[in-house]
Design a protein around this ligand. Structure first.
Ligand SMILES: Nc1ncnc2c1ncn2[C@@H]1O[C@H](COP(=O)(O)OP(=O)(O)OP(=O)(O)O)[C@@H](O)[C@H]1O
Ligand SMILES: [Mg+2]
Length: 206
């Protein structure tokens, strides 16, 4: 049993899910009705103010997929672009920017966090376009989180990107409001972690 849990945590780590949400479960999410409308195999666009739960919900869904044995990568848009640029600057066989693009384009499931938080140079827009259009053309689901509406994405990143997101997400464009729940200090990561291991000795060797 513990071995199973260790494997899950190793996958969450290897596939880039933020450590803060490794131990979070559906029961920690306070609007349970949301799970009735979530199909983890589909694309979603979560937008709204800071601290409204977009990344948390995306990670709960990502963890659901990973528990089902599926492959779900997580990256923020600024980190994605940072990796692409690093691939150009220090081109080694592993870190070349084309490999980075391919990894995130071809992953079966992708969480692209904080779209619109990057600096939108022509280069950045082109790389994001390549990522999003590849996924749209090849019917690969993506959960995108952003502080921007799709209208603002159209202005900042291009109509072509916004249109593809709209096409992929259809009805599943969800507004998270403005109330910053970070300020409520509801996270209890240590308790979540203990609950996960059910009081057993911490046995991760990572
Ligand atoms: N529905 C919810 N149930 C329980 N806690 C929540 C919920 N929504 C948000 N929170 C709390 O708010 C915190 C911030 O959530 P999250 O990181 O998902 O914000 P975000 O919308 O991604 O913000 P940002 O746009 O700044 O990245 C969470 O760590 C959690 O404490
Ligand atoms: Mg977030």
């Amino acid at each position: 049993m513990n071995e199973e849990k260790e494997i899950l945590i190793k996958k969450l780590k290897a596939w880039g899910l933020p450590e803060k949400y490794w131990y979070v479960e559906e029961e920690d999410w306070d609007k349970k009705e949301v799970f009735k409308m979530i199909n983890e195999e589909e694309s979603y666009y979560f937008y709204g103010g800071a601290g409204t739960g977009k990344t948390m919900l995306a990670c709960i869904i990502g963890k659901r997929l990973i528990r089902q044995g599926k492959h779900c990568l997580f990256i923020t848009a600024p980190d994605f672009l940072g990796k692409i640029v690093a691939g150009f600057n220090f081109s080694s066989s592993y870190s070349s920017s084309e490999e980075v693009l391919e990894k995130y384009s071809k992953a079966n499931y992708l969480i692209l966090d904080d779209l619109g938080a990057e600096r939108s140079s022509e280069f950045a827009i082109q790389q994001l376009y390549r990522l999003i259009s590849y996924r749209e053309r090849n019917l690969k689901p993506v959960i995108i989180t952003s502080n921007l509406t799709l209208g603002e994405i159209a202005e900042k990143l291009s109509d072509r990107i916004a249109s593809r997101i709209k096409g992929m997400c259809g009805e599943r464009i969800i507004y998270f409001g403005k109330e910053d729940k970070r300020l409520l200090g509801k996270d209890d990561i240590e308790r979540w972690k203990r609950r996960f291991w059910k009081g057993e000795e911490e046995c991760l060797h990572m």
